[in-house]
Design a protein around this ligand. Sequence first.
Ligand SMILES: *[C@@H]1O[C@H](CO)[C@@H](O)[C@H](O)[C@H]1NC(C)=O
Ligand SMILES: *[C@@H]1O[C@H](CO)[C@@H](O)[C@H](O)[C@H]1NC(C)=O
Ligand SMILES: *[C@@H]1O[C@H](CO)[C@@H](O)[C@H](O)[C@H]1NC(C)=O
Ligand SMILES: *[C@@H]1O[C@H](CO)[C@@H](O)[C@H](O)[C@H]1NC(C)=O
Ligand SMILES: *[C@@H]1O[C@H](CO)[C@@H](O)[C@H](O)[C@H]1NC(C)=O
Length: 700
Amino acid sequence: MDNICFAFIGIHLLFSFFKFSTAVDAITQAQFISDGRGLTSKDGNFELGFFSPANSSSRFLGIWNRKIPLRTVSWIANVHKPINDSSGILMINGSANAVLLSQNTTVVWSSSSSKQSENPILQLLNSGNLVLRDGKDGNSGIFLWQSFDCPIGTVGLSARRVSLSASADVCDSYGLCGAYGVCTINELQVCKCLKGFKPVSPEKWKERDYTQGCERNKPLKCQENTGFIKYVGLKLPDNKNGWVSQGMDMKECKAKCLSNCSCIAFASSDAKGGSACTIWLSDLIDIRRLLNGGGQDLYVRVPDSELGAKNGVKVKIVVIIVAVVFTVSGLLLAAYYIRKNRKMSKEKMDIYGTTGQNNNGPEEDLELPLFKLSTIASATNNFSFNNKLGQGGFGSVYRGVLMDGQEIAVKRLSPNSGQGPNEFKNEVILIAKLQHRNLVRLLGYCIHGEEKLLIYEYMPNRSLDFYIFDQAQGKLLDWRKRFNIILGVARGLLYLHEDSRLRIIHRDLKPSNVLLDKEMNPKISDFGMARTFGGDQTEGVTRRVVGTFGYMAPEYAIDGQFSVKSDVFSFGILMLEIISGKKNRGFYHHGDNLDLVGYAWKLWEEERSQELVDECFRDSCTLLEVLRCIHVSLLCVQKLPEDRPSMSTLILMLGDEKTLPRPKKPRLFIGKHSSEADSSSIKQEISSTNELTISILDAR
Ligand SMILES: *[C@@H]1O[C@H](CO)[C@@H](O)[C@H](O)[C@H]1NC(C)=O
Ligand SMILES: *[C@@H]1O[C@H](CO)[C@@H](O)[C@H](O)[C@H]1NC(C)=O
Ligand SMILES: *[C@@H]1O[C@H](CO)[C@@H](O)[C@H](O)[C@H]1NC(C)=O
Ligand SMILES: *[C@@H]1O[C@H](CO)[C@@H](O)[C@H](O)[C@H]1NC(C)=O
Ligand SMILES: *[C@@H]1O[C@H](CO)[C@@H](O)[C@H](O)[C@H]1NC(C)=O
């Protein structure tokens, strides 16, 4: 088992890049690659060839991505055995192994495959994977050997995996479709322009580069008559510069929008007991269609001419005339036609997700079921102790089974929330509208006197803390799962932070609030609780700090200042805990009295970060990904909120290979009492474009 695998962080290539005169992507047994030549993947993105790091004459065989401006090698064959001259030759030997020879006799490196093949081909794929395959196997994906197989340190592998998992929900990436574009997953063309808009650059749009977004077919002139096109079931656009008002109904909201020349769209929510009006005054960005129900309606302002004959009005007039005619000839027929027409307009809506403004189709609010206390009491065996799952900051959680067999988790809120039943109900209905794969779903609620209950979907695999802090259970979560959990939580948090309407700051993110479903997908729980029960939280300062020590950002724990960046801090701690298997609170590295953040920082500075990785999943890990996560964690736990990345930046950081900014020294809590660590040692961001940093980390 002396299959040496290695990792390297950012070996930035400074040597001059040669252009291979003839771009081939594969060789057969009869061919070879000598120094100065190489392979280029079919799409031209990856190259394999010989290179020397700056100020060195040693030659290495490696693969790099040509499209990344700061070129980074993703794989090196002879990392431990540089070739001292340009005699290197890569070929396929008699027993179907790729071998790298120097002085055409010494084997410097070889693929270690025992599989036989009569017609082996060595090929560099578009993914950056160097594969050895049998000529017969064609594109079957069966390989005798592949560079991606090296379990540690192959950037290619991590990049591939990340982009795969990212594409599962592309619409989660902020503003993917640009201005006035709507993102819909599971569609060939994920981005579409709103009606009355067209792509700014149709060519780029065809190539699936949506960043420039859409523009109006006809400019909106304030003097002209304007109307609205209604869209249903959307995640509303970002509303940084918008305007929200409580207690305005739909008509007033529309009038408000019409009265203001800068108004581009409005949305009105008529939850019973209160309504709110939201108005957009700048480009509509980050709209997405929600497929499985839910979502909200958006009215986008367009010139009357864009409403056109296709929309509501005329169709409706025709329908009425037809109906009248048929009333004369027979009520039955009329009824039949009206029904048919209704059905047609409904189908139309299903296709476009839109209807004309006058076409007040079915627009029922998603009603959140109100459960009876008796139902919940019998489901939870009268809140019996045996059904208790845990105790959280806002009350106890019980497992229950409804009459129809559905399992539920019931959160019984502490009675002293000081909130009336109506307020509670409104808040809960708002929170129920937050729907995301990575948020626990609220199924209903119950109010009975002082008793307030929230009914959630039941998560059979408990919470994250159950796994990561336990050596035995920890084995169940390999690195793939852990990384998936990190990404999932990040996406859930991004949704909470950037959903235009509520902008939830969780304020108590920690492993016990990350629940796991059957497939070990993470779902954040307890979101919106601080909003509901945390007191005066519409401002950035709270008198009542909710949260858990060890996860709270310093500005929040000490001054009660909170923002999305305090959640980012907690997320950083969460990542460190997932990677190290240690609790931030109560962890003291022997001798130096450091907490987990301090210890992670120390290791990072000494370039020994890999020692932080919990043994129980070390074998399964892609070291490069882990190191990247540790680096990102350190950025999250920066002392100043402005030094921490936003969740959208963070997700990008986790998924790509670019150089990350260098973290400054975090605020360290030493021993039991916090003491401000010396911050004079703040280092400036490195700009590594002209620096060579080879760090080879051996890992068994
Ligand atoms: C490479 O050599 C140049 C000139 O001798 C020197 O300025 C530079 O610092 C060297 N770079 C590295 C990474 O050693
Ligand atoms: C390179 O190394 C080989 C053996 O390891 C040696 O015979 C040869 O002289 C070296 N060449 C140079 C240019 O140093
Ligand atoms: C090909 O290379 C492999 C790995 O170095 C080696 O085990 C095998 O003996 C070689 N075969 C021939 C025919 O040289
Ligand atoms: C090394 O390669 C050169 C050129 O390919 C060839 O002339 C020479 O005979 C080879 N030497 C050995 C020992 O195979
Ligand atoms: C539109 O409304 C916004 C928010 O109320 C206000 O700031 C802005 O001045 C208004 N613009 C016009 C042209 O009335």
